[in-house]
Each structure stands twice: as C-alpha cells, then as structure tokens.
Ligand binder design. Structure first.
Ligand SMILES: NC(=O)C1=CN([C@@H]2O[C@H](COP(=O)(O)OP(=O)(O)OC[C@H]3O[C@@H](n4cnc5c(N)ncnc54)[C@H](OP(=O)(O)O)[C@@H]3O)[C@@H](O)[C@H]2O)C=CC1
Ligand SMILES: CC(=O)N[C@@H](CCC(=O)OP(=O)(O)O)C(=O)O
Length: 348
C-alpha cells in the first residue's frame, strides 16, 4: 500500500480525489489538508462521502504521505513541490504551475515562478501521449479539462503531420471554476450562457498549442521537454449552466485530402489501445461521460465545405482533473492504469 495525501482536500478536485482513491486497492489515504476545515470530519465539506477521516494541516500531509496530490489554486505548488521532493516524496500537481516553461507561465498567468528549475524535471501528465515518461516521474504536471479535451480531439491529426491550426469552442460546467469560482452565483449562471476570456487571452491556449506542436514535431510518443512545432489555435470558452462537463467543438485547419473514412481510420487507429478514449459513432455529449474517466471523441468531415471538425466531451472533475491524476498515479506506481477509474458514467 502506498501512503497518499491530498493538499487542498476541501476543493472540488480534492473531493473527487478522495471519492476515487477510497476505492483504490493500492492506496492508503493518510492525510487531507484544509485551512477552513482543519480538525473537522470530512463531512464538514463533503456530504457525498462516507465519513472516514478528518481534515488536517498541510504540514501533516507533507510528513505522512509518500505521494502527494496538490489540488490548490495556481501559484502554490511551485512553493510546496520543492519541499515535498526534498523529503523524498512524489508529487502530482493539478494546477498550472509546472505545465509550461516558467517564462511562458509568467506571461500567461501573471505570477512570478518560484521554482523554475523544477519545470525541467516535471513530466506532463497526459497519459495518452506521455505514458512512457510517467513511470519514473517524481513530479507530474496534471493537465486540466479544456486542454485535455482539445488536445485529444486534435492529437491524431497533429501526429500525422496534417494539423496547422484550429478554432476551438469550449463549453464548461460551473464546477470548472472551482468551489470558490468567481461569477458562479446560481442567480447569475442559471438560464445564462456566456463567453469569457475571448480574443486569444485564455491561459490554456499556450498549453494546447505546445501539446499539439510536440506531436507535430515528434510524432507519437512525445517527450515533455522535446522539440515543439508551430500550431496556432483560437479558443473561445463559454460558461454553461450545468454542474460538470466539458464539450469542445473544434474546426481543424489541416493539410491534405480528407474524407470521413480517412478520419475514422486515423482516429480509431490512434486511440485503439487507449482505455479511456472512445471514438464514437454518435456525437459526444457531456452527460454520457458524467462521473467517468472517459473522453468521447468524434471526428467529422463536412463534405459541403471540405472542413474537418472534431467534437470531444469529458467530465471536467474526472478525466479533466482528479481521474487523470489517479491515472497518472497508477502509471507512476506501475499499477494497472485503469485501477479505481470508472469507464462508465451516470445516466440520466
Ligand atoms: N475545477 C476544475 O474543473 C479543474 C481545476 N483544475 C485546477 O486544479 C486546482 C484545484 O482546483 P479546484 O479543486 O477546482 O479548486 P477549489 O477552489 O475548489 O479548491 C481549492 C483548494 O485549495 C485550498 N486552498 C486555497 N488557497 C490555499 C492556500 N493559500 N493554502 C493552502 N490551501 C489553499 C482550499 O481549501 P481551504 O481554503 O479550506 O484551505 C481548497 O481545498 C486549480 O489549480 C485548478 O486550476 C484543473 C482541472 C479542472
Ligand atoms: C469554467 C472555468 O472557469 N473554467 C476554468 C478552467 C479550469 C481548469 O481547467 O483548470 P486549469 O486551469 O487548472 O487547467 C477556466 O476557464 O479557467
């Protein structure tokens, strides 16, 4: 049994990690940190959990766990990860702190990077592309929801060398903004649809471009710190009045002649061995992936215009966050990748 702790256990990512890890046969959960709920039972924050355990301090988790999940706002993992690694722990960070080179991070996140040297060591935790690097990793940068959906929607075209750019429209449930998300009052979100952070300013854009650029330059599998080609992407996110779920609808700018048969073959071959990516016949919908660790992907050739489109749906708190982090944990520990991760969702 590996001793695992969660720092930021009272947030949406932390809660979903507890739910998944309680069912994990290779894990003993030894600590849950929260400033607000320190000393209280887990039920103080989580009505959905059978109440075993109490919230403690960040220091207790750092001391007791062998593997530590950091489920904190951006800017904190860069301070905690060095301490944890110095003490021989392994870290899976759910924030953006180690996903981008420090200079790129600073310009898109507006936060000075406090441990730039660790970026060189971090492995980018998208198992479908980086599986081979994760076994030996001490520090994993776990990608988030929009980036996972958009990268997996376009990865086969990029690895084929055909992708030049893309226009991606993202739709997200409100839990994507976190438990204290700004502008998520019921009265303002309910019966409302709104675009936000448009005009090429959303901080996920450089991460998507780098993921796809790596595939373009390296083919598959990719190395986190290997060469990166040029892909230009527009991204238009929207907030949707639902709890969980991400849908991305992407128009790919491609070279070459494509039709539905060629796209279907490319996508089915690329993801043939993947336990959590399903190429669907029907169009993906968020509810079909609710509470599962699956991504549903559908490429579509529009004959009338010659355009290539791709649709992808996932649960932002599972494959877009905590489920992906558990998938990375399994790979880091050499356990079967699917351990404790649901393939099936909830319906209705
Ligand atoms: N929500 C989503 O769909 C996704 C989120 N992410 C990323 O994952 C990370 C966590 O997100 P999420 O769970 O939604 O966030 P939440 O806002 O729901 O939770 C944040 C957690 O961090 C703790 N916290 C906040 N500030 C501090 C601090 N200064 N020191 C110690 N603990 C602190 C909070 O607990 P307390 O105040 O009790 O200490 C809480 O447990 C973020 O970086 C986010 O960008 C990634 C993918 C998807
Ligand atoms: C609805 C909403 O606000 N969503 C968040 C995405 C959360 C996420 O994916 O987190 P990471 O930034 O850690 O990847 C946003 O647009 O910033």
């Amino acid at each position: 049994m590996v001793r695992v702790g969660i720092i930021g256990a009272s947030g949406y990512g932390g809660g979903e990690l507890i739910r998944l890890l309680k069912a994990h046969p290779g894990v003993e959960l030894v600590g849950f940190s929260s400033r607000k709920h320190e000393g209280k039972p887990l039920s103080a924050a989580w009505p959905q959990l059978w109440d075993e355990g109490r919230f403690g301090t960040l220091e207790e988790v750092l001391e007791q766990a062998e593997v530590i999940f950091l489920a904190l706002p951006n800017g904190l993992a860069m301070e905690l990860a060095p301490k944890a690694l110095e003490e021989g722990k392994r870290v899976i960070d759910l924030s953006g702190d180690f996903r981008l080179p420090p200079e790129v991070y600073e310009s898109w996140y507006g936060i000075p990077h406090k441990s730039p040297e660790l970026y060189r060591e971090a492995v980018y935790g998208l198992p479908e592309l980086h599986r081979g690097e994760l076994g030996g990793a001490r520090l994993v940068a776990n990608p988030g929801c929009y980036v996972t959906a958009t990268t997996l929607a376009l990865a086969p075209l990029a690895a084929e060398g055909a992708l030049r750019g893309a226009f991606a429209v993202g739709l997200s449930g409100v839990s994507g903004a976190g438990r204290e998300g700004e502008g998520t009052f019921f009265a303002e979100v309910n019966e409302n649809l709104k675009p936000y952070k448009v005009g090429g300013v959303h901080r996920h854009i450089p991460e998507m471009e780098r993921n796809l650029g790596r595939l373009l330059a390296q083919g598959r599998p990719v190395r986190t710190h290997g060469p990166i080609g040029e892909v230009r992407l527009s991204f238009v996110p929207h907030l949707v009045p639902m709890t969980r779920g991400i849908l991305v609808t992407v128009e790919a700018v491609v070279e070459g002649n494509w039709d539905q048969k060629a796209l279907d073959e490319l996508y089915r071959d690329f993801y043939a061995q993947e336990p959590f990516v399903r190429i669907t016949d029907a169009l993906p919908e968020t509810k079909g992936t609710y509470a599962s660790n699956r991504v549903d992907v559908k490429p579509l050739y529009e004959a009338r215009t010659g355009r290539v489109m791709v649709f992808a749906a996932l649960d932002n708190l599972v494959k877009g966050m905590a489920g992906q982090a558990v998938q990375n944990l399994n790979l880091m520990l050499g356990l079967p990748e699917e351990t404790a991760l649901p393939k099936e969702g909830l319906w209705p």
